[in-house]
Design a protein around this ligand. Structure first.
Ligand code: HEC
Ligand code: HEC
Ligand code: HEC
Ligand code: HEC
Ligand code: HEC
Ligand code: HEC
Ligand code: HEC
Ligand code: HEC
Ligand code: HEC
Ligand code: HEC
Length: 254
């Protein structure tokens, strides 16, 4: 015959386990879950990506794929940004408006908005000696009655005959300093002081004010970001689908 004293601890243990399970369930519900599988629906045909398998079984660190954080240990309960918040289909008006709110904080901005220019290095007094007279740089009386700040007339944008301040500066300084423009972007720092972006609080300059390249050459668009990351790892490890003949191993329907 069973004594009550043997059943009671079992019941108590069961109740405790149940409470623990409920607490665990509720707590887990508060955290963003690491998806087990991800379905991508796209014009190339659906792709099912076994997310957990890649991490757990193929032993790939989160940070190898999620390079959106300063590289720290991530566990299965950690958050990660969707790739599309940085690698959209199009860098159009929608992206420009929406992307500003897709990051947890401002430390993310610096990854792309990596530099801004502050003061221009220019010693006016010394330059008076370098030039033969004031009109090497200033216009004659017909345009500039008195030598004065260029920005009194030249503004942020071109307007009619009046070129922007940027062009006015570059053209005028460049008439003696052609060499300072020779090495593409890396020569800009001969005149422009770069701002420390970790402290920066101003507006962001559009990429093409400094770069002549298209934005999609600077930040990978969505399809390229996925193809590049998925396939270059498969190729590197000699495992998983890559190459021109294996599209159907990822794209299961068309
Ligand atoms: C092999 C690459 C890879 C590994 C390893 C990986 N992930 Fe992911 N993860 C992805 C991709 C791709 C997505 C889909 C993102 C999207 O849809 O834009 C994703 C999505 C996520 C999401 C959902 C993001 C969202 O808002 O849609 C979370 C959270 C996440 N991963 C966390 C993790 C964590 C934590 C780890 C490590 C334990 C990890 N991932 C390991 C590639 C990976
Ligand atoms: C917070 C913004 C951000 C997120 C989120 C993000 N990326 Fe990127 N990614 C970038 C930037 C910026 C670059 C440009 C080069 C750099 O800084 O590494 C880049 C570069 C890349 C490259 C080029 C090669 C390399 O590794 O440098 C690939 C591929 C890529 N991302 C894929 C992905 C995938 C896949 C995801 C989601 C799992 C993702 N990215 C999430 C910002 C992001
Ligand atoms: C090498 C080109 C150059 C030469 C030579 C030059 N200037 Fe200038 N000057 C400039 C630039 C550029 C500015 C605008 C400076 C700025 O915004 O800091 C300027 C600004 C000025 C200003 C307005 C300054 C202020 O703070 O309001 C005066 C006045 C001026 N120059 C007078 C002269 C006179 C007089 C001479 C001749 C003795 C002369 N400049 C020679 C390029 C030059
Ligand atoms: C009072 C207004 C005014 C000021 C101040 C002024 N500009 Fe101009 N700038 C003009 C106008 C107007 C034109 C267009 C002239 C034309 O097309 O003939 C012009 C044209 C130019 C051009 C292109 C044509 C050329 O002359 O080579 C350059 C470069 C230029 N400015 C540089 C400067 C610089 C550098 C300063 C300051 C040192 C300056 N400007 C100050 C009004 C001004
Ligand atoms: C009339 C010719 C002339 C013009 C126009 C001119 N500079 Fe200069 N600049 C010189 C000379 C000459 C020197 C001293 C020798 C040298 O370092 O090349 C100099 C020196 C400099 C230096 C210091 C370079 C160093 O390596 O230390 C800077 C920075 C500079 N200029 C910026 C400018 C800027 C910005 C403008 C346009 C607003 C400008 N200069 C316009 C002739 C000019
Ligand atoms: C020889 C000196 C010099 C060099 C080299 C130079 N700049 Fe400039 N830059 C100037 C001057 C002067 C201005 C006008 C200053 C102002 O707006 O007050 C200017 C203005 C600009 C502006 C507009 C800033 C604004 O606030 O509107 C941009 C953007 C810019 N430069 C980008 C570049 C890039 C990119 C490079 C390298 C490819 C470069 N500059 C190289 C002298 C230079
Ligand atoms: C993945 C790269 C990336 C990240 C991260 C990013 N941006 Fe951008 N941002 C861009 C691109 C690309 C544009 C389009 C700019 C262009 O046309 O040159 C842009 C444009 C902008 C513009 C409009 C600039 C203009 O006048 O053309 C603002 C403002 C801006 N971003 C703010 C932010 C802020 C704030 C953050 C962080 C919360 C941020 N961005 C994070 C890539 C990024
Ligand atoms: C104020 C000027 C400026 C702005 C604005 C700017 N960049 Fe750059 N960027 C540079 C300079 C300068 C370099 C080269 C640095 C060097 O060579 O030391 C560079 C380099 C890069 C590179 C490395 C590859 C290359 O082309 O050399 C990438 C990627 C890049 N920028 C992306 C961006 C993106 C994306 C934006 C807009 C969100 C942006 N940049 C805005 C000045 C700028
Ligand atoms: C950092 C490396 C890495 C990245 C990034 C990566 N994979 Fe893989 N993938 C692997 C490895 C390792 C295997 C294992 C192959 C095996 O064991 O045969 C694999 C296998 C696969 C397989 C076949 C087996 C399975 O698990 O389904 C598919 C499909 C696959 N990956 C899709 C993707 C997709 C889609 C992406 C991008 C969203 C991606 N992978 C990103 C390393 C990676
Ligand atoms: C390793 C897995 C993998 C392989 C192999 C692969 N893809 Fe993809 N492909 C993806 C993923 C992931 C996406 C992104 C899905 C999304 O945007 O949601 C994608 C997106 C696409 C898109 C959609 C573009 C859009 O904007 O809708 C096309 C088209 C495409 N792939 C064609 C191909 C072709 C053609 C091949 C063979 C040469 C190929 N893919 C091989 C994983 C793969």
């Amino acid at each position: 015959m069973r004594s009550k004293s043997k059943i009671l601890p079992v019941i108590l243990a069961a109740i405790l386990l149940l409470i623990a399970a409920v607490i665990g369930y509720v707590q887990a519900g508060n955290k963003p879950q690491m998806p087990v599988r991800i379905l991508f629906e796209n014009t190339g045909g659906k792709v099912i990506f076994s997310h957990l398998t890649h991490h757990r079984d193929y032993q790939i660190d989160c940070a190898k794929c999620h390079h959106d954080k300063k590289q720290m240990e991530l566990s299965e309960n950690d958050e990660a940004l969707a790739c599309g918040s940085c690698h959209p289909n199009e860098f159009n008006e929608d992206f420009i408006v929406d992307h500003v709110d897709s990051f947890p904080d401002e430390t993310y901005c610096v990854r792309c908005h990596h530099t801004e220019y502050g003061e221009v290095i220019f010693d006016h007094e010394e330059h008076k000696d370098y030039a033969s007279d004031c009109y090497d740089c200033h216009h004659g009386k017909e345009i500039e009655p008195e030598p004065q700040n260029c920005a009194n007339c030249h503004k942020g944008e071109d307007s009619g005959d009046l070129i922007s301040m940027r062009l006015a500066g570059h053209e005028s300084c460049g008439s003696c300093h052609e060499d300072m423009f020779d090495k593409g972007l890396s020569s800009c720092k001969s005149c422009h002081v770069a701002v420390d972006m970790t402290q920066y609080e101003g507006d962001y300059t559009s990429c093409d004010s400094c770069h002549e390249s298209e934005i999609r050459e600077l930040v990978l668009p969505r399809m390229n970001a996925f193809h590049d990351q998925c396939m270059s790892c498969h190729e590197e490890m000699g495992a998983g689908p890559y190459g021109p003949d294996n599209c159907n191993q990822c794209h299961i329907s068309r």
